[in-house]
Design a protein around this ligand. Structure first.
Ligand code: KMH
Ligand code: ZN
Length: 277
């Protein structure tokens, strides 16, 4: 049965430069303000990348812990830390993200060409991430950049068991140059492959750049959930830069309401994802 829509906001990412995208939240204060406003609009999960004092991407342990604590204090959002980081981050730092004890963390299910770079995710690393999340009670969101990543997920769950909480939730990250395209046909193909995963597996989708709107509409009509934010989209419409993450969340909420699938509250989202209340 199709329920309401889980809306995740991914406000910052690791790729855009603050100098080129001034509206990008890079300080803790900017992130907290964004988080509060996006929650009020209907977001239930925040996917977090942080920056250092020079606005460069960082996986600094202290900052991650402070960020998790501050988000918990100021919002009811489900805090999902990125374990993907930036393409240059070493595996050790990406694994250490779990030490900040978030509710959730991303877990990318394979290597993908990432524009001119390579986003490397070796099998042994994925296994390490998955099993450490099981041990620490962190709920994964499996990031799927290509259809083969779903085959890898089936293998992972078959060999190492279900994630903490027992529910499997995946996010189709579509339209990365080098990954699966952000088209309806590809989204439907990805959804079909979920049949090989545990019953009840849920999916969200996000389309990078100009695939944002087609992917959002395709996901909603296929019963999927949404991830939006300036990590993935910095152009609102042709020739119009995104003004804020709130603008993207508000648009997603509007589409979800049109689809008769209003945003899930944070409490409903916790139930869906197998997180404690
Ligand atoms: N920044 C990308 C290299 C994630 O957050 O887990 C990886 C990424 C995925 O954004
Ligand atoms: Zn990310």
């Amino acid at each position: 049965m199709t329920t309401g829509t889980l809306i995740t906001v991914a406000p910052t990412g690791a790729e855009s430069a603050k100098a080129e995208v001034p509206a990008l939240p890079v300080t803790l204060d900017e992130l907290l303000l964004t988080a509060k406003e996006c929650e009020a609009l209907g977001a239930a999960v925040i996917h977090v990348h942080i920056r250092d004092d020079e606005a460069r991407p960082t996986l600094d342990q202290g900052r991650l812990r402070d960020t998790v604590a501050a988000l918990r204090e100021s919002t009811d959002l489900i805090v999902q830390l990125s374990s993907g980081g930036a393409v240059t981050d070493p595996e050790s730092a990406r694994l250490a993200v779990l030490d900040a004890a978030p509710d959730m963390a991303s877990c990318t299910m394979g290597t993908v060409n990432f524009g001119d770079d390579v986003f490397l995710n070796r099998w042994e690393f994925i296994v390490d991430l998955h099993t450490r999340m099981q041990e620490r009670g962190v709920v994964p969101e499996y990031e799927i950049f290509d259809l083969g990543h779903l085959t890898a997920l089936q293998r992972l769950l078959g060999k190492y068991g279900l994630p903490h909480g027992g529910h499997v939730h995946v996010d189709f990250v579509m339209g990365v140059p080098g990954g699966m395209p952000g088209t309806t046909a590809t989204l439907v193909a990805a959804q079909q492959m979920l049949r090989d995963l545990p019953e009840g597996t849920t999916f969200a989708a996000t389309g990078i750049g100009r695939s944002t709107i087609p992917v959002m509409l395709a996901s909603l009509s296929a019963g999927g959930h949404l991830r939006v934010g300036m990590e993935d989209t910095v152009t609102y419409a042709k020739g119009r830069p995104v003004e804020s993450n709130m603008q993207l969340v508000a648009r997603a909420v509007g589409f979800a309401q049109l689809a008769q699938r209003p945003p899930l509250t944070t409490a409903e989202a916790r139930t869906l994802l197998g997180l404690p209340a």
